[in-house]
Design a protein around this ligand. Structure first.
Ligand SMILES: [Cu+2]
Length: 516
């Protein structure tokens, strides 16, 4: 642990944020009071009968201040970025009314939660896109606790990139109590004028449309050459980390008291694999993608990687007073994409942040927690999922096929399906399955040694191979795609189809459905 000399802007942030300390702590007291009350209410009720929670979301264009210097036209749910955190209790019925006030079609996908197929929000696969001015109502039974998120699944690289995402939490009826339960949504933006990267072929990039003033560190000539890979372009484009929609120095700090028991829910809503280091405290990783880890061990001086769309829940005891900075950086683009999330003990406001000098040990989910036998049954079907690329990194494939001429895996209800996922490219692919969780059972041929790993997104690094098992219990047509959304846009999308399943909707030809 070394002292980290922070830039003056962070101190400024603390000074600014410090003004609202009283209000913040009052707010958090109110929140925890409400939490206790609703928990008592809940325990007095029949645990299977929840309430009906109605949430109205308007998809709209919003001027959003990322900090005092960066303002952009973002696309938001109800005018905030991220959209409001939706917290419901296990057993609730959730009704989400989505109204589209944009001038392009949209749709809402509830990521990770096993919804009925017609509620999955994938245009052209499970519904027609919600046209401008129209509404669509999603209804879910919140019967599986966890940390999930909602986001657009229409032209995702553009729409999620513009800000259409938010966190969705289902609290279990036996929710443990924490002094603080904070959600930290990691994302990155380009501080340049907004551009539509998914439509930006390398040869088409029109430099006249870009605010040159913000591009001082770019080699303009290089941008038009063909030898720049998608990855290099990404690293040039994205230069600013945001946490809960705010860039430094306006990132809201987490205020704690000595003795607090704290839960942090990390979500990566962006496009880069991020490294997270928590300084000065031991911690446990209690959930992957919202699902519990069996008997998690205590970790010290250990960084964990969180890939696009993944969630990690961390539990820690606040026993080391000070002003700390949780370090988050993109491994592939560390110079530009790095940030400290201040976590400050009462009485240490305005002090310099201590953080981790360098990540030394990396978390390994294949050998974490206690092993437990799976009761999923014997494998009935096996498929390969080979992740590839061609055209110099312009297109991305699964089994050499590119969406919409994509790989279709046919399964039957009751199948236990094994997929072997192999990454033959040189970049990460966080692969996300809709509709069902999967168990990761091996990495590079070596079985998982620790807790069962139940996830909805698995990051497959270059050269890696994973085996996963899916119990086919939720009939429908489900996408299985890369969550680096430009890769999905470039074709890295497969689909699982249940034999005999017929979607409840008819694709309308005049509707512009763009599921990838
Ligand atoms: Cu990918």
């Amino acid at each position: 642990m070394n002292r980290f000399f922070i830039i003056s802007t962070v101190i400024l942030a603390l000074a600014v944020a410090g003004c609202s300390t009283d209000k913040d702590s009052l707010q958090s007291n109110q929140d925890s009071d409400q939490g206790e009350n609703s928990q008592e209410d809940q325990s007095n009720e029949d645990k299977n009968k929840g309430e009906e929670k109605v949430i109205n979301l308007e998809v709209q264009e919003t001027h959003w201040m990322f900090n005092d210097n960066i303002m952009r036209d973002a696309w938001t749910y109800n005018g905030t970025l991220p959209g409001e955190e939706i917290r419901v209790q296990e057993g609730d019925t959730v009704i989400l009314n989505v109204k589209n006030a944009l001038d392009v079609p949209t749709a809402l996908h509830l990521h990770g939660f096993p919804v009925p197929n017609e509620m999955d929000g994938v245009p052209g696969v499970t519904q027609n896109a919600i046209m401008p001015g129209e509404e669509f109502t999603y209804e879910y039974q919140a019967n599986i606790p966890g940390t999930y998120w909602y986001h657009s699944h229409q032209d995702s690289a553009t729409q999620v990139g513009n800000g259409l995402y938010g966190v969705f939490i289902v609290e279990p009826t036996d929710q443990e109590s924490y002094d603080l339960d904070e959600t930290l949504v990691i994302d990155e933006i380009s501080s340049m004028e907004m551009m539509n990267m998914s439509e930006m072929g390398h040869g088409e990039m029109d430099m006249d449309d870009i605010d040159h003033g913000n591009m001082d560190d770019m080699d303009h000539g290089e941008m038009n050459t063909d030898d720049i890979s998608h990855n290099e372009l990404m690293n040039k484009m994205y230069d600013t980390m945001i946490i809960n929609g705010k860039a430094s120095p306006q990132i809201e700090f987490i205020q704690v008291e000595e003795g607090n028991r704290v839960k942090l829910r990390f979500l990566n809503a962006g496009l880069f694999t991020q490294v997270v280091s928590i300084p000065g405290h031991s911690f446990k990783i209690t959930h992957y993608d919202g699902q519990p880890v069996n008997e998690p061990d205590i970790l010290n001086d250990t960084a964990f990687r969180i890939a696009p769309a993944e969630r990690f829940e961390v539990e820690m005891q606040m026993d080391n007073p000070g002003a700390w900075g949780i370090q988050v950086f993109a491994e592939e683009n560390q110079d530009k994409l790095n940030v400290l999330i201040p976590i400050i003990y009462h009485g240490f406001e305005g002090e310099e942040l201590y953080t981790v000098d360098e990540a030394s040990v990396f978390f390994d989910f294949t050998a974490y927690g206690e092993s437990q036998a799976l009761t999923i049954g014997d494998v009935t079907k096996e498929f390969d999922m080979i992740l590839g690329t061609n055209d110099g990194g312009e297109t991305f494939t699964i089994n050499d096929k590119q969406f919409p001429n994509h790989e279709i895996y046919e399964v039957e209800e009751g199948d236990v399906v094994k997929y072997t996922i192999v990454n033959e490219t040189e970049v990460d692919h966080p692969m996300h399955l809709h509709g069902e969780f999967f168990y990761v059972i091996s990495k590079d041929g070596i079985p998982i040694q620790g807790s069962p790993v139940l996830k909805d997104t698995i990051n497959v690094k270059p050269g890696e191979a994973y085996e996963i098992l899916v119990a086919a219990t939720n009939p429908g047509n489900w996408l299985f795609h890369c969550h680096e959304l430009h890769h999905a846009g470039g074709g890295m999308v497969a689909e699982i189809q249940y034999k005999g399943f017929t979607p409840l909707f008819t694709p309308e030809s005049e509707v512009s459905n763009q599921p990838e």
